[in-house]
Every structure is written in structure tokens, then in C-alpha cells.
Design a protein around this ligand. Structure first.
Ligand SMILES: Nc1ncnc2c1ncn2[C@@H]1O[C@H](COP(=O)(O)OP(=O)(O)OP(=O)(O)O)[C@@H](O)[C@H]1O
Ligand SMILES: [Mg+2]
Length: 235
């Protein structure tokens, strides 16, 4: 297993005119899955974009397996083994499904083997590899983003609301796929979710982000986890 831990230490980040994350520290152990929950606009997506290097850090450090990745460009961070499925659909709409899936692979020659592994989770793609990604439905495009991330066999996977807009049966299948991925490969995960039952099912630990700060955390499998999280989302 290629397990990696992810550490954020006092990270401050945001946009030109605003600071969104303030001195945020977070440690995810190798093989651990953490669900990050919070209301709209609290900085969840900003956190993942900051880790991936899409937003410059105004302060603090990010480490992958102890190695400082704070100032690396997104493609270098990806090459080090962090896969990212963005909340906005970051697909190449005028490329085929197959070409989109190939983008995360170092060598195209591994495509067949990798695709065979994920195909049972995403049966909609098997017969349609040549179709343009832009012609997929919204839900199918979300699935393609996740499929691409999984095909990279990452050490760490960052998922930003992958269940958004998907039907319950597909969400169930994704939960099973992520649990399988954890069991087989020990992939470290940071999941941002609005779907609390899905998040708590896949994760070991939950965190609640409020205005750029972590205000609660706990064991995702504890009896009161769901009530606690919903309590934060309600107020
Ligand atoms: N490009 C940008 N420029 C300026 N402000 C931004 C930009 N993107 C996001 N923000 C602001 O940063 C804050 C945090 O946004 P972010 O997208 O991280 O929230 P979120 O927790 O992911 O919300 P949601 O649940 O709606 O996806 C919000 O106030 C948002 O308006
Ligand atoms: Mg978001």
C-alpha cells in the first residue's frame, strides 16, 4: 500500500480581497478518511484548492508524508499522488470519456487495466468511451470526475461534493466504491459533503468548518455524529 498522511499547519488562504481560511491546522493520518462538513460559503472548496496549489497560501505549510508541498504547482502536487475531484466540473468537454480518463495517467498503456477495475462502479461508461464528455448528463460528468481520480490510484484523494446531483442508487454505489478503495489500497481521503449519511458512512472522522475555522470534530461512527453535524448545519 502506498499510504500517505496530509498535514496542514496554520494555513491562511483566500482570494485577492478576502481571507477565507485563518490559521487552519489539520492532520489526516495515512489511510484515514476525513469528512469535512459545513454550510455554504464556509471555505470548504477553498481548502481543497489551497491544498492542490490552485490558490497561493498566504501563510502556513502543507505536507504530504512529511514532504513540504506548500509552494508546488498543481500538476506537481498531482504527480506526487494527490487526486482531486473539483466541485465545479473540471472536465475537457470536447475530449472523449476515454481521453478524459487518460489525463490522470502517467502512461496510456495502463488504461485497460485501470478501467477494468473501476468499470463495475461506473457501468455507464463502458460502452461509451468515445463519446464527448461534454455530452454527458450533469450526474454522469460528476461520476467521470471521480472515475478519473480513482484511476490515478492516488495516495490521497480530495473529493468536493461528488454526490451532488446524483440519484440515491448511484450514491450508494459510490460509497461502496470508496470503502473498497480504502480497504484495498488504504487511500487517504478528504471528502467534502452536503450528504451527511454518505460522508459519515465513508469517513472515520468528521470535521465541521465554520467561517474558515474548524469548530467541531469527532468519530464519524459515534452514535451522536449525525445529530452533531446536522446541529451545526441547521443553525
Ligand atoms: N474566486 C473567488 N473570489 C473571491 N471570493 C471567493 C472566490 N471563490 C470563493 N470565494 C468566497 O470564499 C468563501 C468560501 O467559498 P468556498 O467556495 O470555499 O465555500 P464552500 O464552503 O465550498 O461553499 P459551498 O458549500 O457552497 O460549496 C465564500 O464567501 C465565497 O464567496
Ligand atoms: Mg464548495
Amino acid at each position: 500500500m502506498n499510504q500517505a498522511g496530509l498535514h496542514l499547519n496554520a494555513v491562511t488562504s483566500g482570494y485577492k480581497t478576502s481571507v477565507v481560511l485563518r490559521n487552519l491546522s489539520l492532520a489526516i493520518a495515512p489511510g484515514e478518511a476525513v469528512a469535512l462538513l459545513g454550510k455554504n460559503g464556509m471555505g470548504k472548496s477553498t481548502l481543497l484548492k489551497t491544498v492542490m496549489g490552485y490558490l497561493p497560501k498566504k501563510g502556513g505549510t502543507v505536507r504530504l508524508s512529511g514532504e513540504d508541498i506548500t509552494r508546488l504547482a498543481p500538476h506537481r502536487i498531482a504527480r506526487m499522488g494527490i487526486a482531486y475531484a473539483a466541485q465545479e466540473k473540471a472536465l475537457f468537454t470536447d475530449l472523449s470519456i476515454r481521453d478524459n480518463l487518460c489525463l490522470g495517467l502517467a502512461r496510456e498503456s495502463v488504461f485497460d487495466e485501470r478501467f477494468a477495475e473501476i468499470e463495475p462502479v461506473f457501468p455507464v461508461f463502458g460502452s461509451r468511451l468515445k463519446q464527448y464528455a461534454g455530452t454527458l448528463s450533469g450526474g454522469e460528468q460528476k461520476m467521470l470526475l471521480l472515475a478519473r481520480a480513482l484511476m490515478m490510484r492516488p495516495a490521497v484523494i480530495l473529493l468536493d461534493e461528488i454526490t451532488e446531483g446524483l440519484q440515491p442508487s448511484v450514491i450508494d454505489r459510490l460509497a461502496s466504491a470508496l470503502l473498497w478503495e480504502r480497504k484495498q489500497r488504504g487511500t487517504t481521503m478528504l471528502l467534502i459533503e452536503q450528504n451527511v449519511p454518505f460522508a459519515l458512512k465513508v469517513a472515520d472522522r468528521f470535521l465541521v468548518l465554520k467561517q474558515g475555522e474548524i469548530v467541531d470534530e469527532g468519530d464519524a461512527k459515534a452514535g451522536d455524529a449525525s445529530d452533531r453535524v446536522f446541529g451545526h448545519l441547521r443553525v
